[in-house]
Ligand binder design. Structure first.
Ligand SMILES: *Cc1c(COP(=O)(O)O)cnc(C)c1O
Length: 237
């Protein structure tokens, strides 16, 4: 029998606690973001019933439909929606109008648009700058050498709140190598925090590398498969 989303969530929470305790951190320092891309609202509903409140989506239109759906439900106001996919300029308005967080800021222009398009009645949009830490095949994220300049500009934007950094390292099976890459992120995060003391979020760690990420100081892990099962991109929903 397949395990339920509730059981999966419990198992993931235990893995987070164990990884935190192993390195002397408190489990409460690590937020669990449930990555629900491609999954139906019924799966998100199950996670909400099991106490999950923060969700990550990669595709603008899909994410906005889910946000609008859950806004009508009893827990709607408690939910937190994170945009974690690559963002094209022509879709920035929908992100500015509907999401609470974006993890994938990698250029000034998109940050500027989001700040201009954030509705006045909303709290500032929480933003993370994405670093391309090890995946040379990916075009997403900036080099570490570009971080100071981009952070300085984002920090000035009135309707954005710079909260920290995000990375998606290239897939790597060896936990020691995973950890070495995450430690580079930790260094960059601590250096940035020295300049902007309110910064508090280091978004790294997915299903296959969450323990190494937590050991290296992650404050937010983005978990899809371990909660919702494998994704099927082949069918339209
Ligand atoms: C899909 C995705 C995840 C979740 O990955 P899993 O391996 O399913 O846990 C995390 N972060 C980002 C940016 C993603 O696109």
């Amino acid at each position: 029998m397949n395990s339920t989303i509730q059981q999966n969530l419990e198992a993931v929470r235990s893995r987070i606690s164990a990884a935190a305790q192993d390195c002397g951190r408190s489990p409460e320092e690590v937020t669990l973001l449930a990555v629900s891309k491609t999954k139906p609202v019924s799966a998100i509903e199950e996670a909400i019933v099991a106490g999950q409140r923060a969700f990550g989506e990669n595709y603008v239109q899909e994410g906005v439909s889910k946000i609008q759906h859950f806004a009508q439900t009893p827990h709607g106001a408690e939910l937190e929606w994170h945009f974690i996919g690559p963002l094209q300029s022509n879709k920035s308005r929908l992100v500015a109008e509907h999401f609470d967080w974006i993890h994938t800021i990698d250029r000034v222009k998109i940050a500027q648009r989001l700040s201009e398009q954030r509705p006045a009645e909303c709290a500032p949009l929480n933003v993370l700058i994405q670093i391309n830490i090890s995946d040379e095949s990916s075009k997403s994220g900036i080099e570490l050498s570009e971080l100071d300049a981009l952070a300085a500009q984002v920090a000035e934007m009135p309707n954005l709140r710079l909260r920290g950094l995000m990375a998606i390292p290239a897939p790597e099976e060896d936990p020691a190598k995973q950890k070495a890459v995450f430690e580079q992120m930790e260094q960059a995060f601590l250096a940035l925090k020295a300049q902007y003391p309110h910064i508090d979020t280091l978004s790294m760690g997915m299903t296959h590398d969450m323990a190494a990420a937590i050991t290296a100081g992650s404050t937010l892990v983005r978990i899809g498969t371990a909660i919702f099962g494998a994704r099927d991109y082949g069918t339209t929903s």
